[in-house]
Ligand binder design. Structure first.
Ligand code: DAH
Length: 329
């Protein structure tokens, strides 16, 4: 074996070892230059070719070529290995684990009073009623006078409220929406009006100075107390199930006749709403002819319904924003 042959074999082995140890593509490039570059080790060895016997040259030339190709393919192999490793490393570091549980953020939910309002409105919308709303700050006219309750009327005593410096007041009931709606619309009318109401009440387990009502109004030709009773019965059945109900004669300035309705709930009669046939004076106040149109109205407290249905013992729980309480609904 010639000296050159030995050098070539040694180079091949050294190159293979070095290349396979390359840590990254930069190092690999350094090794390529080191072994196969213009001034690299292979070129250095081949410079000795001139000194060879002519007979040896082709053989050594062939060996040199084999070594070059071997080193080249070794470089290629290592390059593709390193590139693969790089891709795998990137994939690993950028992997998105779609099975990982998300970050939990509490969703919150509807307040029991709003839930109650939604439930009631759903029933009436199902019966063909439209949802109407009115302002919480009212004039004496809409809250009392147009509802057949003149300034000296005794019924005002039960509904003292907050008066504003300009003579307006905070509405004591949603009945004021009846007047506002009838002023703007011609019969037939079927509305349901939810909203906040105010009274100068001392707070206790069953009274709040700020509370919610839902008002009902239907005006048409030929509406009778039977229509009122049927409507109320359907509504209460949807809210309480098939429980006994009773109508008790009562008095409201804006209805004649008037009634209060009780449901039998857990062995007791519970008063749940007021209602009646709209008083002719109310129809006159909005310019309707009471000889042509009749109608019925009803109003009930949202808190009362929520307390009965959810067995809440104190109305104030509904306003304290205590999540331990609210989360139960
Ligand atoms: N506005 C009455 C109240 O606050 C409730 C009421 C009773 C409304 C009879 C009505 C009704 O529409 O017809 O106590």
């Amino acid at each position: 074996m010639t000296d050159l042959e030995t050098q070539l074999t040694t180079l091949e082995q050294a190159a293979q070892q070095t290349i396979s140890d390359a840590a990254d593509l930069d190092q690999l490039e350094q090794h390529r230059i080191q072994f196969l570059g213009k001034r690299g080790q292979l070129s250095q060895i081949l410079k000795g070719m001139g000194k060879l016997d002519a007979a040896d040259r082709p053989r050594i030339g062939a060996i040199a070529n084999q070594v070059k190709e071997a080193v080249q393919s070794c470089l290629e192999q290592k390059r593709s290995d390193l590139q693969n490793e790089q891709i795998q490393a990137r994939l690993a570091s950028e992997t998105l684990d779609v099975t990982m549980p998300g970050t939990y953020t509490s969703q919150g939910h509807v307040h029991p009073l709003n839930g109650m309002i939604d439930l009631a409105l759903d029933v009436f919308v199902g019966l063909g009623y439209t949802v109407a709303r009115g302002p919480e700050m009212e004039s004496d006219y809409y809250n009392f006078q147009a509802l057949n309750t003149p300034p000296d009327h005794p019924a005002r005593d039960m509904a003292d409220t907050f008066y504003l410096p300009d003579g307006n007041l905070l509405r004591t009931h949603t009945s004021s929406v009846q007047i506002r709606y009838m002023e703007e619309h011609d019969p037939p009318i079927r509305i349901v009006a939810p909203g906040r109401c105010y009274r100068r009440d001392t707070e206790d387990a069953t009274h709040a100075a700020v509370f919610h009502q839902i008002e009902l109004l239907a005006i048409d030709k030929g509406l009778t107390f039977t229509d009122l009773r049927g409507t109320i019965k359907v509504f209460l059945e949807r809210m309480f199930g098939d429980v006994p109900i009773r109508f008790r004669a009562s008095y409201f300035p804006f209805t004649e006749p008037s009634a209060e309705v009780d449901v039998q709930w857990k062995g007791r009669w519970l008063e749940v709403l007021g209602c009646g046939m709209v008083d002719p004076n109310v129809l006159k106040a909005v310019g309707y002819d009471p000889e042509v149109y009749t109608g019925f109205a009803a109003g009930f407290g949202v808190e009362r319904f929520a307390m009965v249905l959810h067995q809440i013992d104190d109305i104030r729980r509904l306003y304290t924003s205590d999540l331990r309480f609210l989360k139960q609904f």
